[in-house]
Design a protein around this ligand. Structure first.
Ligand SMILES: [Fe+2]
Ligand SMILES: [Fe+2]
Length: 227
């Protein structure tokens, strides 16, 4: 069931939002990990969506959500690069071993960097509980978990997300946009994320002229198998 909100939902272009700076020490602590798998594009955009979701659901602990989304995919930096393409985007990519591994490594990184920045053991556990299983567990355990899950998906609906992910999956933008509507929108847990996703997607499709440029022919996938 979709989680409703009485709060105002900000559906303005995410690219026009204000970037917060209070977590800059944490961003800097993991800047090398951000170099893997386009994390330095995906995570800042998903982080911005997470902040908007926290405004729409003030009952959530915003700091837990913001720290968890910031760190959730850092574990990709510690898995075999070649497998990211061969397994991470191939058939059954959702259940590939490498997905479990990046979650475990992400928790490891959280436990390494957060204590020195003053976060408590209890707080760190709440963050790692979300990172662990964020891609491989089907159910959400808490409101914070739900907001991280939605923010993790929302970046894909931006023009930037479409540009990167359509290449990863070897689909032309119009086909990838269709897939977002049929496969990813139904996965969103919150009503606010639904609104944000559709607003971003409509803007991106108009900008990319996907209805005019659709050919029905997909580009070769990065791993050669499609997904
Ligand atoms: Fe992930
Ligand atoms: Fe992610």
């Amino acid at each position: 069931m979709t989680l409703q909100t009485e709060e105002l939902v900000d559906t303005s272009p995410i690219a026009a939002g204000v970037v917060s700076i209070d977590l800059n020490p944490l961003w800097r602590a993991v800047r090398l990990e951000m170099r893997s798998r386009s994390n330095d594009i995906h995570i800042p955009i998903s982080f911005a969506f997470a902040e908007r979701l926290c405004q729409a659901y003030p009952e959530a602990d915003a700091l837990v959500v913001r720290v968890a989304i910031l760190l959730h995919d850092t574990g990709w930096a510690r898995v075999d690069e070649t497998k990211i393409i061969s397994e991470g985007f191939g058939a059954n990519w959702r259940q590939a071993d490498i997905r479990y591994e990046h979650e475990v490594r992400g928790c490891e990184i959280a436990r390494e960097v957060l204590p020195a920045l003053g976060y408590t053991h209890e707080f760190i556990s709440r963050v790692t509980d979300i990172i662990d299983g964020h891609d491989t567990r089907s159910e959400s355990y808490s409101i914070e978990d739900s907001l991280v899950r939605d923010a993790d998906r929302l970046w894909r609906f931006t023009t930037t997300g479409i540009a990167l992910a359509s290449g990863w999956f070897g689909q032309e933008p119009s086909a990838y946009c269709r897939r977002l509507r049929t496969d990813i929108v139904p996965e969103l847990i919150t009503a606010a994320a639904h609104e944000m996703a559709l607003a971003e997607l409509e803007r991106a499709e108009a900008l990319l002229q996907t209805d005019v440029l659709a050919t029905g022919i997909d580009a070769p996938a990065l791993d050669g198998s499609g997904a």
